[in-house]
Structure formats: structure tokens, C-alpha cells
Design a protein around this ligand. Structure first.
Ligand SMILES: [Zn+2]
Length: 332
């Protein structure tokens, strides 16, 4: 079994813990992701997001640069197990050496503060994927989390950003973007893109999950959608819990959670197609999922998908094949 995961927030956790003066390692730790557990589970590539909370940090590029430094320092400390990659040639070399590839991504295009020339700095740093928004509206467009207040989709600058990202071969990531924003990306983009960590709204009605209309169009365009492990994005909250859905994991069993994950995988396959589904665990960015608590649990997910009658060749495509194909096609 080979695993490629399009999204985790481990870098932000490492950065925060180090700012509190705590020593922490990416080789082995008590977070949801570390290289030793990844190695035994079968990971071949992990995307590491630089997630900057632009509402909290008024100098988002400073936080971005600090987290980039955290990535480089920890990757070289783990060079026995892993190496950073910026191209499909580097990906091959790292795999031939039996190591896990680490790819840098950005969560929240708000860090650009509207200055698209900053994309060149991201490119130079090895960033190969970026979400246009996080949970705030920004210079590029409307966030899914704010769409209920009005969904203006992408701004003109957001549309330019998509084109410039495509020219640079930085994959456009529409997770966290509003529905109209995704329609606009479908209009202006010429290449496949991703929703790195989003589930199906038809099964769990959250703004962060994607409606069938968009999943279908994305599938037709060769896009890949990554299955997210956050319990409130897997199971619909009962009405009495709607205001506090983030604690949803306390009110369901592990079996219910695993069943829901398999149902989302099956639905995404039905609507996006067999080539359109991947993994985007969101580990270290989410409240611990009791059934899928960390990277060590991926073999368990594999078994659950088998029990739900998904063919092994199809599970392999979800676990690594589809994202591998997209990266080989899109990266330099
Ligand atoms: Zn996210």
C-alpha cells in the first residue's frame, strides 16, 4: 500500500509549539503526523501546508517565511526517512531512495495580500499548491465559510492569480473556496486543479464540503478531491448540535465514523469518477478523529474501504495513484 496525502497542518503545529519554547521533532512526536509512523503505514508523499491565520497575523508573509524555515529544518533533520520535493523528477529520485517525499503547500492565498508577484517567492521556496482562501474572504475571493453572507466568487485579481499559478505550475487548491469561487476557477482555469481536503455535501451538508454539481464538473476536468478526516465534515450533526458541530466526534462511534468515511469515498467516486478521488486527511489541523487519529491509521481506512466493496485497484488509486498522476502531469 502506498499513501499520498494532499493536506496536513503539522507545520503550523510544529511552528506554534516551538514558539512556546517546546522541543518537537517531525521524526517522532505526539502529534497526528510523524515520519516514523508514516513510514510504517506506507506513505510515499505528504503535502505540508503552511497555514497562516491571516485574521491573527498582520504580517502573514513573516509567518509564512518562519513556517517555511521550520519545514526545511525538520526535513533535513529527518533526511534518513524523508526529503523535500519540488518536481516530478525529485519525486522519483526520493522514491528510488526509499524515502518519503515532503511537498510544501500554502493554505490561504491571503498571505499574498493582493501582491501576485509574491507567487514567485512561493515558487522559489518550493510551494507547489495553494488554496485561494481559508475561512476569510480575501483579495482573491469569497471563502466557503463566509458564503452565506454573500458569494461574489473570485475577484478579478483572484482570476489573474489562477492564471499565474497555472503558468508557474503551482496547483490551484479550491478547498475553503465558495461555490461561486469554484465555478469561476472552472471558467478561467485551463489545467486540472484540486480540492485538497473536502468531502461531499450531499452526505454532510457543510459549506466546506462540495456539492455534486461541482464535484461532477471537477471530475470531468481531471481534478482530484481529497477525502478529509474531520468528523463534522463526515457525519451530519443532529439539529441540537448544529451550533457546536466541532465536538461532533463525542457523539458518534468509531464504526459510524469509518462507515461515513467509506460512504464519502464511494460518493466521490460515483460523482467525480474513479480518477478524481484522493486523500486530504487534514491531520494536525482537526480535532482528533477517534477512528482515524493519525497517520498510523491509514491501513485501517484501507480495510474499511475494502469492507465496503471498493476494489483494491480502486483503493490504490484513491490512496496514491490519482494524485501521483496529477503531480506527474502538473509539476515541472
Ligand atoms: Zn483547511
Amino acid at each position: 500500500m502506498k499513501i499520498i496525502d494532499m493536506h496536513c497542518d503539522t507545520l503550523e503545529r510544529l511552528w506554534s509549539l516551538e514558539r512556546e519554547g517546546k522541543a518537537v521533532s517531525l521524526e517522532s512526536n505526539s502529534l497526528q503526523v510523524d515520519f516514523r509512523r508514516m513510514k510504517s503505514a506506507g506513505y510515499v508523499l505528504q503535502n505540508f501546508a503552511i497555514w497562516v491565520d491571516c485574521g491573527k497575523y498582520k504580517q502573514p508573509m513573516e509567518a509564512y517565511r518562519e513556517m517555511g524555515a521550520v519545514f526545511r529544518r525538520h526535513m533535513s533533520a529527518c533526511s534518513r526517512l524523508a526529503a523535500p520535493v519540488r518536481s516530478s523528477r525529485e519525486m522519483d529520485a526520493v522514491w528510488k531512495a526509499g524515502r518519503i517525499a515532503g511537498m510544501l503547500t500554502v493554505e490561504d492565498g491571503g498571505i499574498l495580500e493582493g501582491q501576485l508577484e509574491r507567487l514567485y517567492e512561493l515558487w522559489e521556496d518550493g510551494v507547489r499548491m495553494m488554496t485561494l482562501t481559508w475561512n476569510y474572504n480575501n483579495e482573491l475571493g469569497t471563502a466557503a465559510a463566509k458564503a452565506a453572507e454573500g458569494d461574489a466568487g473570485l475577484t478579478e485579481l483572484g482570476k489573474q492569480c489562477v492564471c499565474q499559478m497555472e503558468e508557474l505550475s503551482i496547483l490551484v487548491d479550491v478547498s475553503h473556496l465558495s461555490d461561486q469561487g469554484i465555478r469561476d476557477v472552472l471558467d478561467v482555469s485551463k489545467k486540472p486543479f484540486v480540492a485538497s481536503h473536502s468531502n461531499a455535501r450531499a452526505l454532510c451538508p457543510m459549506a466546506r464540503n462540495l456539492p455534486d454539481e461541482l464535484l461532477r464538473k471537477m471530475g470531468e476536468r481531471g481534478c482530484v478531491v481529497g477525502l478529509n478526516f474531520f468528523v463534522p465534515f463526515l457525519l451530519p450533526a443532529p439539529p441540537w448540535l448544529r451550533k457546536n458541530h466541532a465536538s461532533m466526534e463525542k457523539y458518534c462511534t468509531k464504526e459510524q465514523i469509518l462507515h461515513a468515511a467509506a460512504e464519502h469515498a464511494k460518493h466521490l467516486l460515483d460523482v467525480c469518477g474513479s480518477e478524481g478521488v484522493g486523500l486530504g486527511s487534514d491531520l494536525d489541523g482537526i480535532t482528533k478523529n477517534p477512528a482515524l487519529p493519525g497517520c498510523e491509521a491509514l491501513p485501517l481506512l484501507y480495510d474499511v474501504l475494502r469492507r465496503h466493496k471498493i476494489a483494491p485497484s480502486q483503493i490504490d488509486r484513491i490512496f496514491s495513484g490519482n494524485v501521483k498522476r496529477l503531480y506527474e502531469q502538473m509539476l515541472p
